[in-house]
Write a protein that binds this ligand. Structure first.
Ligand SMILES: [Zn+2]
Ligand SMILES: [Zn+2]
Length: 163
């Protein structure tokens, strides 16, 4: 919460070069299956939440932008490539998974369903394993050191001992 009781959300890219702070209520949260969102995210669909009614600040560097059409820009981290924004004339939407707490932002609508990939609705039916279930075939997991920015703001990143 901010001083005047407005909700505050933070997030950023995987490497931490781009960080954002949103103050105020979030707008519609959705997933988009359209082919442009698939390519821009490198994924089956792109979960986005509108921040058009809130205050958005880039607290480190800003994203680099690709103009994907005459109507929109797609923002991403120039250092690590994390997809971050969809920016159109009616406002900005942020990638839900880039927030520090994406579990708080549940999508309520799907767009672009004509392009939905045929297996997407069945992913939850696939056999599932936890990450460490595969340690015998991927021994590096036991000694893994993450260079990913943590899910909260930091004074300095990367930490001094690594920079
Ligand atoms: Zn980055
Ligand atoms: Zn889309």
């Amino acid at each position: 919460m901010s001083l005047d009781n407005r909700p505050v959300y933070t997030g950023g890219c995987q490497c931490g070069a781009v960080r954002f702070r949103v103050e105020g209520a979030l707008g519609d949260a959705s997933v988009c299956h359209c082919r442009m969102c698939q390519k821009a995210s490198g994924n089956f669909y792109l979960p986005l939440v509108s921040v058009r009614g809130a205050g958005l600040d880039w607290t480190r560097s800003e994203p680099k932008r690709f103009r994907s059409s005459n109507a929109a820009l797609r923002g991403f981290c120039a250092e690590c490539g994390t997809p971050l924004t969809f920016e159109a004339t009616d406002g900005v939407a942020l990638a839900i998974a880039a927030f520090d707490h994406p579990e708080e932002i549940a999508p309520t609508t799907q767009w672009g369903v004509e392009a939905k990939l045929p297996y997407v609705d069945h992913v939850h039916e696939l056999p599932g394993e936890e990450t460490m279930a595969d340690v015998s075939s991927a021994s590096y997991l036991a000694d893994l050191v993450s260079y990913q920015h943590p899910d909260h703001d930091t004074e300095q990143w990367p930490p001094e001992e690594r920079s």
